[in-house]
Design a protein around this ligand. Structure first.
Ligand SMILES: [Zn+2]
Length: 710
């Protein structure tokens, strides 16, 4: 699948995972969870909004993020094993602790376990068995290295690539991010032009660093990092049994090949426009594009059903790759594939591999100082590999029906806000408005968890090989995606697991999806009133809905087809407003170091969703207060107006300490702006904020050229 949906954030789990390179109610949420034997710094603590956290020594109109977050940020430094620590991080730890309880209970070898408990419990036992993993040493790696050594021709590479795509989580996904696949990605996706059709998609891939910029930029910092990457590859090859000189030569080969592939990749800004990647080909055309890849062998090995056509995201990438396969000798390709095996297996092998992998990808690249406890890494791996089996217990424990009912009610209220907003727009014609309303009415709301749970019974989990279990789950997931080709679209599926602290809009399904994991404090707090909840989770809900109408989402219709429903003049009006946003966010990012600049064209969709989302949430709050005979500028019991508490709660839910190293990675790769900009840029575009804190023209939070799309 080309992951084309727009999420709320690079997820906290992903950020937490990045630190390890492990790929990634009336208060009815129980607060006290014991973390046996863990560092007290790792005590899970849910954060709850409190307006007294505002730092009244500061001026809200000068820097609202600082005003709202300063006290919290000072009191909550980043733990040594983290690269980022936010008001949501306590929830991340809480969710992981709840999952650990489930996994630990299921791992007790007891005859009464259900099939699901056996599966997740044995997975957990194998992951936590560090001494068993040490004893096995290089053994799990050897059959894979032997397969590569035995290859006799470049023609045989195709079958090996298909095998590697099966073995490792996300290794089939391609793209322009860290889950980049060996050589290329392959999956199913809904056709861009006819969303009811599921077709095969072939994507660029091939890298191990976060994206192409890491190989191509020639500033000192980038060059230094590439040198350190080379040393890392060398060390890993030595761990896998090579001599120093062999490993050094092999590291050079890997860098040479990955750099050539990086040069050929389409960049992440161009990939944001679906028209640039919607290249349809017949199988004959695909064969002609890359004669060195034996597609008949590949399609057979992946059990791919026949596809109506093939979407090749980036034909230029494949032209360059074809030439590269021809130009380089088989031995160099064997080195590249050996690197894929060693690199992607590392998190599941002995301590020496885990530590070296941590040292480069987490310490050097992201700024982590210490490894996270094993249990956290195992919880996230289980969530990734068997997430819907594990998620059922999480939902039972943490997501009561009244949370679901109240958040659904908020979703409906926010959808009503957008309907009113569309009707009242001065820049849009009646014809386009009518189409926009059709699209809005077509959005399906998915709250908490899927209507039916995925069946993992065919995944063969054992108690004595972690690497085997990861490979089994990964193969299952890959073939599950491939098997969809030619089948009817399954609208009920989720691409995030229930405990995930994130949310997404899927433009091809026209659905918004809020996992149970984010419908918790501080985002949704059952004990708090509407002003607090609309500021936090309400903005999140508005953000996802606006994704259907951001610069990408607006190109899809109510049915998920890439179809232009805009009049030419309205599209022009939209683009002018969008440009205001992308210009505003093309800005310096001192948090990531001197001279680092954000590309507003990369973040335009997310920034549009932030700016529109908060407007919708505020309008929904206003409507809700009106029903109670109140207004936004009335004061609540705590002396703050509802409008003030709304904005404070919004900012509070994004407070985050962040290491400069990971900030640099995010600015290069992540389509989301850093938290400080998700608050300050947004409120400075809003007269509604100016009114909340009586800000004056000329102050920093009052922007002279304010942007407004929705
Ligand atoms: Zn988003």
């Amino acid at each position: 699948m080309i992951r084309y949906y727009a999420a709320l954030a690079l997820s906290l789990a992903a950020l937490t995972a990045f630190a390890q390179n492990t790929s990634v109610q009336k208060n009815s949420v129980p607060e006290a969870l014991a973390v046996s034997g863990a560092d007290p710094a790792n005590e899970p603590k849910l954060e709850h909004f409190d307006p007294n956290l505002a730092d009244k020594t500061l001026d809200p109109c000068d820097d609202f993020y600082k005003y709202s977050c300063n006290k919290w940020l000072t009191a909550n430094p980043i733990p040594a094993d983290q690269v980022f620590w936010s008001t949501g991080s306590g929830l991340q730890l809480w969710n992981e602790t709840a999952l650990r309880d489930t996994l630990e209970a299921a791992s007790k070898n007891d005859a009464n376990r259900s099939a699901v408990q056996e599966e997740i419990g044995d997975y957990w036992a194998a992951c936590m068995d560090e001494s068993g993993i040490e004893t096995a040493g290089l053994k799990p790696l050897q059959p894979e290295l032997a397969r590569i050594a035995a290859l006799k021709s470049k023609k045989e590479m195709t079958l090996e690539i298909a095998h590697l795509h099966h073995l490792y989580p996300g290794a089939w996904q391609g793209g322009d991010n860290q889950s980049n696949s060996p050589l290329f990605g392959f999956a199913s996706q809904q056709d861009f032009d006819k969303a009811s059709l599921v077709v095969a998609a072939i994507d660029q891939g091939g890298l191990s660093l976060p994206n192409r910029d890491y190989y191509l930029k020639d500033d000192d910092k980038s060059k230094e990092l590439l040198t350190k990457y080379r040393t890392h590859i060398q060390k890993m090859f030595v761990l896998a049994g090579e001599t120093d000189s062999q490993a050094a030569a092999d590291a050079g080969t890997v860098i040479e090949i990955e750099t050539a592939l990086a040069k050929a990749q389409m960049d992440n800004v161009r990939r944001r426009d679906p028209k640039n990647i919607n290249n349809k080909m017949s199988l004959a055309q695909v064969r002609a594009l890359t004669p060195s890849i034996d597609w008949d062998v590949y399609l057979k090995a992946t059990k791919a059903p026949a596809s109506d056509h093939y979407i090749v995201t980036s034909p230029d990438f494949f032209r360059a790759e074809e030439k590269l396969i021809n130009d380089l000798p088989l031995d160099q390709w064997k080195t590249y594939m050996r690197w894929q095996v060693v690199h992607r297996s590392a998190p599941y092998l002995t301590k020496a591999f885990v530590d070296e992998n941590f040292d480069f990808f987490a310490r050097t690249m992201a700024g982590a100082q210490e490894q996270q406890p094993r249990w956290r890494r195992c919880v996230r791996a289980a969530d990734r590999d068997l997430g819907e089996a594990l998620g059922q217990a999480y939902v039972d424990r943490a997501f009561p029906p009244d949370s679901r009912a109240r958040t659904l009610q908020m979703v409906h209220a926010i959808e009503t806000s957008l309907s009113s907003d569309i009707q009242s727009l001065t820049w849009m014609s009646p014809a386009t408005k009518q189409q926009a309303i059709v699209k809005l009415k077509g959005i399906e709301d998915k709250i908490g968890y899927p209507s039916h749970w995925r069946d993992y019974s065919s995944v063969k989990i054992v108690r004595d090989s972690y690497l085997n279990n990861v490979a089994q789950a990964s193969s299952f997931e890959f073939e599950r995606w491939v098997a969809k080709i030619g089948k009817p679209v399954d609208r009920s599926e989720w691409t995030m697991t229930p405990p995930t602290i994130n949310a997404y809009y899927d433009p091809q399904l026209n659905t918004i999806n809020f996992p149970a994991g984010i419908l918790q404090p501080p985002f949704f707090d059952p004990a708090k009133d509407d002003a607090v909840n609309y500021g936090a989770i309400g903005m999140v809900i508005g953000h996802e809905i606006i994704h259907g109408f951001d610069d990408q989402g607006r190109k899809f219709d109510a049915h998920g087809n890439l179809a232009d429903w805009w009049t030419a003049d309205d599209a022009k009006q939209y683009d002018e407003r969008g440009k205001c946003i992308s210009d505003e966010y093309t800005q310096d990012v001192p948090e990531a170091g001197p001279g680092v600049k954000q590309n507003g064209l990369l973040t335009q969709g997310e920034d549009t969703a932030d700016n529109g989302g908060i407007q919708l949430a505020l309008a929904a709050l206003e409507a809700s207060l009106k029903q109670q005979g109140k207004s936004l500028d009335d004061k609540g019991d705590d002396g703050w107006t509802y409008r003030q508490r709304f904005f404070l709660s919004y900012a509070y839910s994004w407070c985050a300490n962040i290491r400069p190293q990971i900030a640099r990675v995010l600015v290069t790769t992540d389509p989301h702006s850093l938290p400080v900009f998700r608050i300050d840029n947004v409120v400075s575009n809003m007269p509604e904020f100016e009114q909340a804190f009586s800000c004056k023209a000329g102050q920093k939070m009052v922007r002279a050229n304010a942007c407004r799309v929705w």
